[in-house]
Every structure is written in C-alpha cells, then in structure tokens.
Design a protein around this ligand. Structure first.
Ligand code: SF4
Length: 475
C-alpha cells in the first residue's frame, strides 16, 4: 500500500494571475496531470540541461515516479509521456501517431534522443522506476529526473510536481508555470465575490472583464485567435470521436460507443421528433466522443483537465446546435466565461484529482460549463455565478477511482453526466434572479475542505472505490 498522506490542496494561490491560455491547452490524452504535465517536465528538464550546457555531456537519464504518478502512471501513459518530453516533444506539437514508433525505437536501441538531438542511454526497465509505496512530501504527483555523465556521475537532478491541468512546479521555483507572474491586470479578481463586484461597478460581463485582462498579455486579435483555435480543436475532437470505433487501449476492453450512437442519431432523425429528450443523447454523444479520443491518447483540449475534457466541448456543441442565438461572438464569450470561472477554482482550491478527487476535475468542468452556458443564454453575472455554483454543489464529494488506472471507467460516462448536469444548472439559474443561498466562493471552499478530508485512496491512486470493487482482467 502507498504511504501517500491524505494530502490536501496545496497549489491554489490567490495572488497568481491566470490567463485563458492557462485554462485550455491543446495537447494529447489521456491525462493532464499524468500525461501532459509529465511530458512538460521531461521537456523542461532538457531546457535545464541546455541552460547548464549539459546536454552534450549527458550519458544517461533516470526517471523516478512517485505517489499517484506511480500508482496510476501506467494507465495514464505517464512513462511514455515523460520519455517523449525528454525526447524533445511538447504536448502542443506532438503528433500522437509518432509516439508508438518512437517508443519502439527507444526500446530496441535502449537510447532516447535527449531534446530530440543527443542520444543517451535509456532502458525503460531500469531507467524508469515506479515507486509504488513512496510519495514525495510536497505533492502526491511527484517525479525526479536525474542526468548522469558517461562515467555514471550525477550532473543534474530535478524534482517536478504535476499539480493539475498540465501545470508543472519544480523544487526550485515552487511556483507553477503560469503565464501571469509579474503582470498587472486592469481587473484582478481572486474570488467570485470580487468578480461580481467588478461586473457591477464597470457594467461589464464576465467575458468582457476576462478579455480586458487578457490585453495585459497580448493584443485582442491574438487572444481571439487562441480562443478560436481552442474551439476548433474541441469540435475536431468531437467529430473524430464520432467517426472512430473499436476498443480503447489499456486492457479493460472498453468498446467505443460514440460512433454507434452517432450513426443511430443521424440515420433516424425522425425519432428525435417523437422523443424531445433525444437532445440528451446528442449531449452524451459529444462528451463520449471527446473522452474516447482522450482515452485513446489522441489530440484533445485540456479543459481544465484531460479526464474532464468532454464536459465543456459537449455543452458548447449543444449550445451551437440547439441554442437559439449561437454565433462566433457568443462561442468566444462561452470559452472566456468558463475560463474566468476555472481560474477562481485554480486560485482558491485545486483542479487536481490527486489533491481533491474528481470533484476538482469533472466537478470544476461542470461548473465552468454551467456558468458559460448561462452567460451565452442571456444570464446576468449573478445568474452565471449561480449556475457555476450549482454545477459544483452537486458534484461535491465526487471521488476519483479510475478502474485499472485508466481514464475510461468511470471517467468517460462521468463526462456525459457532467455535461447534462451543467445544462440543467444553467437552466435552473436562468429561472431565478441570481439570488441564492450558497455562493460560488462558499462552494469552492467546501470543495477544497472536502478534498482535504478525502482519503488518498479516492484521489487518483486507484486504491479505492470502483478501482478495487471491479475486477480487471488484463488481456
Ligand atoms: S475519476 Fe474523474 S478525476 Fe479520476 S481519472 Fe476519471 S475523470 Fe479524472
């Protein structure tokens, strides 16, 4: 059994400025914390070696994985991710089709191309160690990468912590790779209360405030181009998932369902006229499609994590296809509003399942999507805050217990539930006047405390819940 402590959320920093680019990453599946983050860590280690003029002097590299990265690392492809990062690949530019042949070459030659250029010794059996019973004290998602010269003398070592959503913290900086350090924003906010106050004072929507803040980093055209790229990648992911069938990798033998459902819905469209709830089938389809693509290691948008990557695209596609007023402007408003809400969770609590369970992943995505949908359906800032609050209130206590350490069961279906719940939360809020008993800030704090009290076996370790009550037969 692991020695993992009942670690609580440690990474939220109310002082950090978060941009829309910190909430959405176009990368690969299946996990933001266990795949995207470790790949970034491997790449960042290369940059550290380069800065110290050590790349050409490195003879071999050893990777040690601890805590949740070890316990669910195989199922989340953490080993492959960090190796690809050391090979000079980054989540945003890696071609998922390159991974298999590259890993095969490494296994055959026992060499990887450090930073894509320097061949160094790397045998997966001995140079990558899963420490199943140890956790680094700083965070449940810890890893250490060490470089040795040709004589076996250690020349550089670094510890990294994957703190959720693909963010990486190292022992040296102890601050995540946010884009907003040393930036002064026109409308800084660290809580929903502050955000509501700014909306009221300035007479602006949440998306307009987010957009004004983004101008501290880049010009509006660049922000719009980024948001449009995120939207395009989300929609492409849905479309790919709808036309791809087969069995998901990993040994659970989970059959992909999206393509069959897509055929059923499109071949008999009249059935939708008899059953108005067919719209739920469509929402389910969109979420299934994204999360099956994620589980297959394909191109997805981390939103705000990979395990929960289906919720926001599903609700957004629902809005585009079934909403009365969908437009490019409103799609941008949707994504900016969701990012503003997600940033508050990141600042005040956590979006890491290893810290707070699935409430911090699917729960946060549901909350972001609920608020965003409410906004584009004409909700006031107060109604948007209410929708986001409802979206989390009914995900409180949600544990993370992926069977076989794979982001498949319960993860894929859970995104369908998160998406449908988000739509209902938006509708509930729109029927009210924005006044409500539980504020978004209170529910975020409750989520944080609940995560703190949650036993580590329910926090992405696959040592509790469904992960131990359902037998896995490896094939
Ligand atoms: S149970 Fe939730 S948090 Fe855990 S891996 Fe699955 S989607 Fe992610």
């Amino acid at each position: 059994m692991t020695n993992a402590p009942a670690t609580g959320p440690t990474t939220g920093s109310q002082d950090v400025n978060l941009s829309v680019v910190d909430l959405y990453t176009i990368g690969i599946g299946p996990s933001s914390s266990h795949t995207v983050g470790p790949m970034r860590a491997g790449y960042r280690f290369c940059l550290e070696l380069e800065a110290r003029s050590l790349l050409a002097k490195t003879g071999s590299v050893v990777v040690d994985l601890y805590g949740s990265l070890a316990l669910t690392g195989k199922g989340h492809a953490t080993d492959t991710a960090v190796i690809m990062g050391l090979n000079g690949k980054r989540p945003r530019n890696i071609d998922p089709d390159d991974i298999k042949p590259t890993m095969a070459a490494i296994d055959e030659t026992h060499k990887l191309q450090l930073y894509g250029q320097y061949p160094v010794v790397f045998n997966r059996d001995t140079n990558l160690v899963f420490h199943f019973t140890e956790t680094l004290p700083q965070h449940p998602n810890g890893m250490r990468i060490t470089a040795f010269d040709n004589d076996g003398v250690k020349i550089h070592s670094q510890e990294y912590f994957s703190v959720g959503g693909g963010f990486i913290v190292s022992s040296d900086d102890h601050g995540a790779e946010y884009s907003g350090d040393n930036i002064t924003l026109p409308f800084p906010f660290s809580s929903a209360d502050e955000l509501m106050e700014i909306c009221k004072r300035e007479g602006l929507s949440i998306a307009e405030i987010m957009m004004a803040n983004e101008q501290s980093w880049r010009n509006p055209d660049e922000t719009i181009a980024f948001v449009d790229r995120v939207h395009e990648a989300m929609m492409n992911c849905i479309d790919r998932g709808c036309r791809t069938d087969g069995i998901l990798p990993g040994g659970l033998n989970v059959k992909r369902r999206a393509s069959k459902l897509y055929k059923e819905l499109t071949e008999k469209p009249e059935a939708g006229l008899r059953d108005p709830l067919t719209v739920i089938d469509w929402v389910n389809l969109y979420a299934l499609a994204v999360n099956e693509e994620n589980a297959a290691g394909s191109r997805v948008v981390t939103a705000p994590t990979n395990g929960a990557a289906g919720v926001i695209p599903a609700v957004l596609r629902y809005y585009e296809r079934f909403g009365a007023n969908a437009s490019q402007h409103n799609i941008r408003e949707f994504l900016l509003t969701a990012a503003a809400i997600g940033s508050i969770y990141k600042k005040r609590a956590s979006i890491s399942a290893a810290e707070v369970g699935c409430q911090g992943e699917v729960g946060v995505a549901c909350s972001m999507a609920a608020g965003a949908l409410c906004a584009v359906m004409g909700g006031t800032p107060e109604q948007v805050e209410n929708a986001a609050e409802i979206g989390m209130e009914h995900n409180l206590g949600l544990t993370c217990d992926p069977i076989g350490g794979l982001v498949q069961v319960p993860c894929i279906e859970r995104n369908t539930m998160g998406a449908v719940k988000a739509i209902n939360a938006a509708r509930l809020a729109l029927r009210g006047d924005g006044q409500h008993t539980v504020s978004l800030d209170k529910v975020i704090e409750t989520m944080r405390q609940t995560g703190l009290d949650m036993q580590s076996k329910y926090k992405e370790t696959s040592q509790g819940g469904l992960a131990v009550n359902v037998n896995v037969v490896e094939c």
